[in-house]
Design a protein around this ligand. Sequence first.
Ligand code: ADP
Ligand code: ADP
Ligand code: ZN
Length: 210
Amino acid sequence: MDSIVLFGPPGAGKGTQAQRIMESTGLPQVSTGDMLRAAVAAGTATGIEAKRYMDAGQLVPDEVIIALIKDRIQDSDASNGVMFDGFPRTIPQAEALSEITEVSHVIAIEVPDERIVERICGRYTCGSCSAVYHDTFNPVSVEGICDNCGAGEFKRRADDNADTVLSRLGAYHDQTSPLAQWYESKGIFHVIDGDRAIDEITNDILSALK
Ligand code: ADP
Ligand code: ADP
Ligand code: ZN
């Protein structure tokens, strides 16, 4: 199978949907945001460079991202394609990707700007399995316990605050949204209304992938 790209603004639900469609597609989730956060936590040279951009809600330079992806795609679990979450985010990234691997579907999850801040500011994830939750829209069923793995520690991202979100949204409109046309012209672009219940969105994505 070829790779899939999950496309959309910050907080659109890309990570949430990736976790849900992983089982049906068998493709591993490749999130450049997660990879960058791991690099920051490990204190690598990449992490040190990336951190100032991430803290400011700006895109990390293309060379850094493309190097990470070239490396990741060599792993054995990526041999049948992957599900990209949050990559590519610029035309140069998409061009680089087209030289590395075949993309069969781009799933664009659309959510209006006015929903994004509330989504991002209420986001938390399981510290153990990375399941994604939301204070109001998708809370854990039992207070303090992850539905997915039973662990009891949760994390919030430093950049998930109202100020940084606005910069991230600006970067999305300026640098990332032009990619929509680029992929539309290739005939592999599927628009999904992301302002609905999580399960409805999952069903639509699975039909688009058929
Ligand atoms: P992204 O990976 O695109 O940044 P996430 O999957 O992390 O987005 O979702 C952002 C926040 O919005 C999370 O707190 C998540 O629980 C919540 N969320 C995801 N999908 C929906 C939805 N359809 N309706 C309401 N909230 C959602
Ligand atoms: P979200 O989808 O919630 O905005 P991500 O976890 O995808 O968050 O990204 C967090 C930050 O990591 C971004 O604000 C940006 O600084 C950086 N980043 C992630 N992916 C990319 C990418 N493909 N290109 C450039 N910067 C990226
Ligand atoms: Zn968990």
